[in-house]
Ligand binder design. Structure first.
Ligand SMILES: Cc1cc2nc3c(=O)[nH]c(=O)nc-3n(C[C@H](O)[C@H](O)[C@H](O)COP(=O)(O)OP(=O)(O)OC[C@H]3O[C@@H](n4cnc5c(N)ncnc54)[C@H](O)[C@@H]3O)c2cc1C
Length: 475
């Protein structure tokens, strides 16, 4: 009996239920990854992210070989042709079962429905596993048996479910007896020349060794201080594991398992840095949960549907200034330049710049969402969409519209000495520390080659609140 594992956003050879199950149940186990350039372009995936995927695939080939599973890397334009390709390969290679890890985005769910149907026609079973989240989205509901819409009660139920699951590690030692190669495999090296796969993910190790060490170092050495360090961009206060979680190079179950061994007390007492960090993994699950139960958020719509009609501005020049880091607000500009050059932005900065786009410039949150996706190495539909809808006050559990970050005081608070700003905005070199967060107020500003604030904070915040109030009054 032969099995095929279709890998998508689960690019690992350990903590992988479909893989373990297939090895246990089948004589022959083969893996496939389908590179889908058209689909990637349609989603506007960042070059840094696609580069990380390709680097990871090279590593994964070796790790799967250790388990005697051949990873075939093939190319198809999009999801529709991918489904057809899987069905054809199954027929050609006498595959009896296909196994996948579920993905919860709308398009991906439609793809998998089509897959099941296509395989059914050929008498092939499709087994779906749920390793992407710690708690699968259909596992918890409120007392009315409805999906949660607010994080805090969701988190309570999520924790209870997590404890109930009593997670045990999945062995990564078992090996398949046989494996197969499919036709028309593509060479990874030939893919790296595509325009969207510039080699700029080097800062992020794609090998298991580097990744394991990164996760270990955070959980053992830094997670305890997470609560106090997590908001300071210049510190190594967060795990920086999101790029790996987004492509599934590391499993959330493995991180939880590590935490539950090394930080048992913090988890049991429900306080401390490690517990706070677990809460962030719950946010990751929560945004997948929202997407699963309220799929309209996958269709460019607000969770709170009334805001679909909110009259956002359309000033393209202001948007360009935001994208390029030329708003005249140092912390916003430093963050955007960091994103543009590295594909990475710290969470506190994501909150500041997204609030600035939606509440200071009153530009559509979807513009920001798309721009982030096109730049972020950890671009992840659910977390990105959830983060943007939160900032725009249109999502589930969103920040209320009148809570608007002041970019100057945020900078003063979270980049006190201005080290982050100075490393990304060299034009401000001559500005004294005292004026760094508001350089236009310095008397020597006219000699500095840096823009004056694109909008006046006080005036624009007042206008935003008025617009939201008027909008809500009329809806
Ligand atoms: C506007 C906006 C856009 C965002 N876009 C993305 C995105 O495309 N991809 C992405 O992974 N995260 C996104 N986030 C969430 C968050 O900023 C990142 O997950 C975090 O900065 C990653 O850094 P880390 O791995 O060091 O996180 P840590 O603080 O170490 O947290 C551990 C993990 O928990 C998850 N997590 C942490 N915070 C959040 C959160 N607020 N929402 C959901 N999951 C979270 C991530 O998987 C993260 O790796 C966005 C947030 C905002 C405000």
């Amino acid at each position: 009996m032969s099995a095929l594992i279709w890998l998508r956003s689960d690019l690992r050879a350990d903590w992988h239920s479909p893989l373990n199950y297939a090895i246990e149940q089948h004589d022959s186990v083969t893996a496939v990854y389908i590179v889908t350039p058209q689909q990637w372009r349609h989603y506007g995936l960042a070059q840094a992210k696609t580069d990380l995927i390709l680097a990871r695939l090279a590593e994964l080939k070796k790790r799967l070989k250790d388990r005697n599973v051949y990873l075939n890397i093939v190319k198809e334009p999009d999801y529709t042709s991918s489904v057809k390709r899987i069905a054809i390969e199954c027929q050609k290679h006498n595959i009896n079962n296909v196994y996948v890890n579920a993905e919860y985005e709308w398009d991906e769910r439609q793809r998998d429905k089509a897959l099941k149907l296509a395989l059914q026609d050929q008498g092939i079973q499709c087994g779906v596993f749920h390793d992407t989240c710690l708690v699968r989205p259909d596992a918890i509901f409120n007392q009315q048996n409805k999906p949660y819409k607010v994080f805090t009660p969701y988190f309570k139920a999520w924790l209870a479910e997590l404890e109930r699951q009593n997670m045990t590690p999945l062995s990564a030692n078992s090996q398949a007896s046989q494996t197969q190669t499919l036709d028309e495999e593509v060479e990874l090296d030939s893919l790296s020349d595509w325009y969207w796969s510039r080699r700029d993910s080097k800062r992020w190790p794609a090998c298991d060794k580097g990744l394991t060490e990164k996760a270990r170092a955070f959980v053992s050495e830094r997670a305890a201080d997470y609560a106090s360090n997590r908001d300071i961009p210049i510190k190594e206060g967060t795990s920086e594991l999101s790029p790996y979680l987004s492509i599934g190079a590391i499993s959330p179950a493995r991180l939880y398992h590590q935490l539950s061994i090394e930080a048992r007390q913090s988890l049991e007492q429900r306080n401390g840095g490690e517990y706070e960090w677990l809460r962030e993994l719950a946010w990751r699950d929560f945004y997948r949960y929202v997407m699963f139960h309220f799929p309209h958020v996958c269709k460019h719509r607000c969770f709170q549907s009334q805001y679909d009609e909110f009259p956002w501005e359309t000033d393209k020049k202001a948007f360009e200034a935001w994208c390029e880091g030329r708003t005249g607000y140092p912390v916003v500009d430093a963050a955007m330049r960091c994103l543009n050059q590295t594909g990475w932005m710290h969470n506190r900065l994501r909150m500041i710049v997204s609030s600035f786009l939606c509440k200071h410039l009153r530009l559509p949150w979807r513009w920001g969402e798309d721009y982030f996706m096109s730049r972020l190495i950890d671009g992840d539909f659910a977390s990105n969409n959830g983060g943007w809808q939160w900032s725009a006050s249109v999502g589930t559990d969103a920040a209320p519209y009148f809570r608007i970050f002041n970019p100057t005081t945020q900078g003063e608070r979270y980049d006190k000495q201005g080290r982050f700003i100075r490393s990304w905005v060299p034009e401000l070199e001559s500005v004294p520390d005292k004026h760094l967060h508001q350089p236009s107020a310095w008397q020597g500003f006219s000699d500095v080659d840096y823009p004056a604030p694109i909008v006046d904070h006080k005036a624009t915040v007042a206008e935003t609140k008025r617009r939201f109030q008027d909008f809500l009054a009329s809806h």
